[in-house]
Ligand binder design. Structure first.
Ligand code: RFL
Ligand code: PHB
Length: 413
């Protein structure tokens, strides 16, 4: 496969280049990159993380809130699970609200005791970053003009600039953990990659507030006015989302307008319990289903959002990223310690099987819970009938529950 990439135009040959060598160059210090760095370090594999943004910027992104058991186990394995177990909220169920009534999905009862952990992505990232710092492992933040080269050869390279200085990293492998807008996937020649994409005609308006959560578990609401989600970060910090048209501007959503609209999408009891307050973060996120095939290009691997995006309804994005990283760390370990290529060769197929299952669930759950104006009144009726079926059928409820807690790693094998 020919995947040679020319140097970024920002580079000129007459300026001196600082060179270094590592076994693995990791692009991106989001949860995928930091977790991979931690797992590799624990196995004695030398990795450098190169991140485009500042540490505070990375921590400031309010994203995922729900961790599956696989992710909790991996954070433990990486040696960073202690605070999560202490401060995270273990949830054994969640509510589905439709036609003005709430119905509990009992995750524990339906899945033989499985639960999820409500612990924010910001905290996961902070724990990983602190552990990396404490271990004296290097992360280059605020790197400019990051570019990847020669990943179709045995000697890939990464280049970047910091403070006007140019750097080149020689490595055995590149891990593209640089999210949806990263440079790694974008550097693959178009003939070597297939991308599957669905963009939804709405977004999620999210508000974070220092108010007690409206309910002790999450509420996923289907309403004729659009989807709403009541989530949380702690006993005193809430996270709420509203489905909004993509054309809506953040400025046109005052806090008051947000709370008024949320109330209209909730049931009477939740409406009465809702405590409102000033937002400490407010943002609109577009919704997308996206998969890249394959996830390996010679000596460059994609992991996490760099390779796939799910709409957040199923709470799968970060969890999928964690599984990619688990498989990638295992494959690299096999390569360096056992001189075996098997894990590397199987990486893409192994990840994609799990990715497509989570993509299917996230797309289905999104389709079930959101208002699609083009489907009219009858679309709403179909959704309500399906929800009514799901909560009254053991098989239906179990299917929702087992996907939500995360399918076992060896599911179907
Ligand atoms: P990230 O977090 O985007 O990190 C990528 C990092 O790469 C850096 N980068 C570069 N660095 C160097 N050079 C370049 N050229 C670079 N280009 C980019 C970026 O600055 C960034 O620091 O990807 P990663 O690590 O793969 O992590 C993925 C998760 O962030 C994502 O899947 C989740 O947030 C998705 N998600 C959820 N996932 C869950 O599992 N459970 C949830 O409850 C959940 N809720 C959500 C979510 C995502 C949401 N949004 C905003 C899309 C809720 C929302 C609203
Ligand atoms: C969140 O708390 O941010 C969250 C929870 C569940 C989801 C998506 C986001 O499905």
């Amino acid at each position: 496969m020919g995947t040679s990439v020319s140097a970024s135009p920002a580079f000129t040959t007459d300026i001196s280049m600082k060179k270094q060598r590592v076994q693995v160059a990791i692009i991106g210090a989001g949860p995928s990159g930091l977790l991979l760095g931690q797992l590799l370090a624990r196995s004695g594999i030398d990795a450098l993380i190169i991140e485009r943004q500042s540490p505070d910027y990375v921590l400031g992104r309010i994203r995922a809130g729900v961790l599956e058991q696989v992710t909790m186990d991996l954070l433990d394995e990486a040696g960073v699970g202690e605070r999560m177990h202490r401060e995270g909220l273990v949830h054994g169920g969640f509510d589905m609200l439709f036609k003005g009534q709430r119905h509990r999905i009992d995750l524990q009862q339906l899945t033989g005791g499985k639960q999820v952990m409500v612990y924010g992505q910001t905290e996961v990232t902070r724990d990983l970053r602190d552990a990396r710092q404490a271990a004296g492992l290097r992360t280059v933040y605020s790197a400019e003009h990051v570019s990847v080269h020669d990943f179709d050869t045995a000697a890939p390279r990464v280049r970047y600039q910091v403070g006007g200085e140019q750097h080149e990293v020689e490595c055995d492998f590149i891990a593209g953990c640089d999210g949806f807008h990263g440079v790694c996937r974008a550097s693959v020649p178009s003939g070597a990659i297939t991308e599957y994409e669905k963009v939804y005609p709405f977004g999620w308006l999210g508000v974070l507030s220092d108010t007690p959560p409206v309910h002790h578990e999450l509420i996923y609401a289907n309403s004729p006015r659009g989807f709403a989600l009541c989530s949380q970060r702690s006993q005193t910090r809430s996270r709420y989302y509203l489905q909004v048209p993509l054309t809506d501007k953040l400025e046109s959503w005052s806090d008051e307008a947000f709370w008024d609209e949320l109330r209209l999408r909730l049931d009477p009891a939740a409406r009465d319990h809702l405590v409102t307050g000033p937002s400490i973060e407010k943002s609109i996120a577009p919704l997308r289903s996206f998969v890249t095939e394959p996830m390996r290009f010679g000596r460059m691997f994609l992991a996490g959002d760099a390779a796939h995006i799910v709409p957040p309804t199923g709470a799968k994005g970060l969890n999928l990223a964690a599984t990619d990283v688990k498989y990638l760390a295992g494959a690299l370990l096999e390569y360096f310690q056992e001189k075996s290529q098997a894990g590397i060769d199987g990486y893409s197929e192994r990840c994609l099987r799990r990715v497509w299952r989570a993509e299917r669930f996230s797309w289905w759950f999104t389709s079930l819970m959101h208002r699609f104006p083009e489907n009219g009144e009858i679309g709403q009726k179909f959704q309500e009938a399906e929800l009514d079926y799901l909560i009254h059928s053991q098989a239906g409820a179990r299917s929702v529950a087992e996907n939500y807690v995360g399918l076992a790693l060896n599911f179907g094998e």
